[in-house]
Design a protein around this ligand. Structure first.
Ligand SMILES: Nc1ncnc2c1ncn2[C@@H]1O[C@H](COP(=O)(O)OP(=O)(O)OP(=O)(O)O)[C@@H](O)[C@H]1O
Length: 247
């Protein structure tokens, strides 16, 4: 497998706070990787940097061999990196089909000549088939998450970044969405980077974990190793009383 994404020494400072500290990692084509870490660990900041919503203070990002640092978010999308957000942002006043159609105008989707057919197909693919004309305003949370994924897929990405797709969903919705994500990874030749706090679902989906704490990458490995990693356990539950006593 070749490297699709190469992150090298990325740091992001907000005044005196270092949200991401010297992060380096690679993603290989076809990998399903997750970023794990407690609140405030720097996961979303890292996503924002990768996708052009923020510039790193230092460090470089290569995607498909090209330097993507300094590129505006739409240019990053045009190079094949699409994302979803913790808070969904549909185009209000438009129906489901129109919401996906906008993304079908992406340069990478130029081969998709019949845009309406493509948008309709994507809605069906994410489980929203037959609902093209529904207004987006009435959509429940779980369906909004599906719509976001359809819009991201419309840009024909090589890498899909999912920021907490299960937040706010009930257990049956989570299971359905997890199945969808798993199927997309398998059938659409996608490389996926996932942030998710729902640990059981997270660990079942990913094959590699990048664990962060206080902006730093503290461990990288398969889920079965990460759950046993001392630094990761400490980051989640804090030092044991014994360790505190001897410190
Ligand atoms: N625009 C900003 N300005 C100042 N500080 C920020 C900004 N964005 C994030 N931070 C800070 O950077 C740190 C990392 O935040 P970030 O949102 O990346 O963490 P996270 O791991 O995604 O957390 P969560 O799991 O709660 O979403 C936090 O201390 C946060 O308050």
């Amino acid at each position: 497998m070749t490297d699709l994404l190469e992150v090298n020494g990325v740091t992001k400072r907000f005044g005196g706070l270092t949200a991401v500290k010297n992060a380096s990692f690679t993603l290989k084509k076809g990998e399903f990787t997750g970023i794990l870490g407690p609140n405030g660990a720097g996961k979303t900041t890292l996503f924002n940097i990768l996708t052009g919503f923020m510039q790193p203070t230092t460090g470089t990002i290569h995607f498909n061999g090209e330097l993507v640092r300094e590129l505006a978010p739409y240019k990053v999308v045009n190079r094949g990196m699409a994302r979803t957000f913790q808070l969904t942002r549909p185009f209000v006043g438009m129906n489901l089909l129109e919401n996906v159609l906008v993304a079908c105008m992406s340069p990478r989707a130029s081969e998709d000549k019949d845009k309406e057919a493509r948008a309709s197909y994507l809605l069906a693919q994410v489980g929203l088939g037959g609902r093209d004309k529904e207004p987006v305003e009435t959509l429940p949370y779980g369906d909004l998450r599906r719509l976001e994924i359809a819009r991201a897929l419309a840009t024909r990405p090589d890498l899909l970044l999912l920021d907490e797709p299960f937040a706010g969903l009930g257990s049956s919705e989570i299971e359905q969405l997890a199945q969808l994500i798993r199927r997309l990874h398998r059938e659409e030749n996608l490389t996926i980077l996932l942030i998710e706090h729902k640990l059981r679902e997270f660990m079942a989906l990913v094959s590699r974990v990048i664990a962060m704490n206080f902006g730093e990458i503290i461990a990288v490995g398969p889920p079965e190793e990460i759950v046993k990693n001392e630094k990761v356990i400490e980051a989640y539950i804090g030092k044991t009383e014994e360790a505190h006593a001897s410190a």
